[in-house]
Every structure is written in C-alpha cells, then in structure tokens.
Design a protein around this ligand. Structure first.
Ligand SMILES: Cc1ncc(COP(=O)(O)O)c(C=O)c1O
Length: 274
C-alpha cells in the first residue's frame, strides 16, 4: 500500500487524512509541485522547492520549510519504491472557516508518490476556447485551484488527445493544462514568455537554457503554421506533438524536436539537480 507523508509522519494511504475543513479542499487554497523520480532519485528538486516558495508567497501562505520537505521526500521515496515516479508535494491553507478567509491553525503538508509509465515520444493535443488569465491573481503560481484544467483535459481525452492548449485573454498562445508549449518556425524554437500567463515550467526553463529556444509572444494560430510543435513538463520531459485538433504533423517527431529531446535527456541524466 502507498505510504504518504501527512503533517509530520508517514501513514498508509487509507489512514492518511486532513480535516474536511482544510482550506485546500473547501476553496482550493493550496500550492503544489510534481517532481519526477527515477529509481528513487528526484529530478530538479531544488528548482521545485524554490517554485513552491514563490507559489506560497503568492498565496500568502507561510514559506515552506525546505529541510522538512526534503526529509519527507526522502522518507516517501524510500517507502514507495518505483522505477519512474510522480512525486507530489502539496501545501494547503489548513483547517479554516467555511468561506474564503484562511484559518489560523497553520498549513498542511502532504507528500505522496505514485509509479507512472514512461510517456510516448509523441502525442495529440487539442486547442480549447477557454482562456488563461495573464492578469489574474494566481498567474504564475502552481496552485491546487486546477478545476479548469480538469475540464480542459477531459475535453482533450474525449477527442483522443492527451493535452489541451489555452490561449490567454488576448488570444496569444499560452500553455497546456499541465505543460508548456514550444513551436518550431524556420528551424528556430520559440515558446511563449511568462508574461503570456503560463506557468514558469521547470522543464521549460531547462529546455530554453539547453536548446537556445527564444521566448516569443505568439498568436494562437501559429499552431496552424508551425513546422513542429512540442510540449514540456516534468512527466513529459520534451514530447513531440503529432496532431493539433484536425491538423496532422509529419513526421510524428520532427528533426528539431528530436534533437531537443536528445539534448534534454542527456543533460538531465548528467545532472539530477540542475
Ligand atoms: C499549468 C502548468 N503549466 C506548465 C507545467 C509544466 O511545468 P514543469 O515543467 O515545471 O512540470 C505545469 C506542471 O506540470 C503546469 O501545471
């Protein structure tokens, strides 16, 4: 049975509990990180903890204690051996009144790990009409208020796709429900800037650093013209896109994307905490 860290210790999954009055449950007042583990080793944990702190500050939650979380991560990884894992670190507002005011009992911390399969090298995506709000209070924060992503991803699954891409309110290309997007135009790699309202993805930042991709404000309809399109995220690394709505891209993994995948795999193998 999965062993989960909850507020100071490991519990069996069926005994791992938070209050039903936890603000994470009642209003989505929480933040999280998803970290990839390979053979029990977390990838880029320092960057993930730094982003967790930025998200906490954005929501006005207390700064997460990195030493405590590293200790919890080590305990969870040891208790749940899997070849490839999705490690999830969640901090919430803790027990609170029923409305949007946060309680005073202090935050909750949950760390859990589940095994995952390696993603395919390429995938299908759809576009959705709903917008990311580049001027919203939560922009750039990785919060547990993810129900819009639930709706968009369900739409993608209905259409045989694994991701949904959002425009922002100005109809510029933004990001997916849980990934960043890159396009190849005339041999050069571009990705929307953080100002588009996307999450500052860790895989995105490493891909920009390692491939020389440019941050470019892009119209949504660049997806109809791009020579290649790929996604980045913690569990996808770099993943080619072979279909966008009704547009098929051939080959399934284009040459520029294939090179980015290779570079990412090599560099990530060389340094577990870049
Ligand atoms: C909305 C959103 N955009 C992008 C990403 C990709 O970020 P990362 O590469 O840090 O996993 C994620 C997280 O997985 C996300 O939730």
């Amino acid at each position: 049975m999965m062993r989960i860290w909850v507020n100071g210790g490991l519990r069996n999954a069926d005994d791992a509990r938070l209050s039903v009055l936890d603000h994470g449950l009642t209003v989505g007042d929480g933040i999280f990180e998803t970290v990839r583990t390979s053979e029990g080793r977390p990838f880029a944990l320092t960057r993930h903890l730094d982003r967790l702190t930025r998200s906490a500050r954005g929501l006005g939650l207390p700064d997460p204690d990195h030493d405590e979380i590293r200790h919890a991560v080590a305990a969870v990884v040891e208790a749940n051996p899997v070849p490839l894992g999705r490690l999830r670190i969640t901090c919430t507002g803790g027990p609170s009144p029923l409305g949007s005011d946060r309680g005073t009992d202090g935050p909750s911390l949950v760390v859990a790990l589940d095994g995952v399969d390696r993603r395919p090298d390429s995938t299908a995506v759809i576009t959705v009409p709903w917008t990311r709000n580049e001027r919203g209070a939560l922009v750039g924060l990785k919060t547990t208020s993810y129900a819009e992503n639930v709706v968009a991803l369900a739409r993608a699954r209905e259409r045989g796709a694994s991701e949904a891409l959002f425009p922002n309110t100005a109809d510029r290309l933004c990001e997916g429900t849980g990934s960043n997007v890159f396009v190849v135009l005339d041999g050069r790699i571009h990705t929307p800037p953080v100002a588009s309202g996307c999450l500052a993805g860790i895989t995105r930042a490493l891909t920009v650093e390692w491939t020389g991709a440019e941050e470019t404000d892009l119209p949504m309809d660049v997806l109809a013209e791009a020579d290649e399109v790929f996604l980045t995220s913690t569990l996808r690394d770099v993943q080619a896109v072979h279909r966008i709505d009704d547009r098929a891209l051939t080959p399934e993994v284009g040459p520029v994307t294939a090179k980015a995948m290779r570079i990412f795999a090599e560099r990530a193998d060389d340094d577990l905490d870049p």
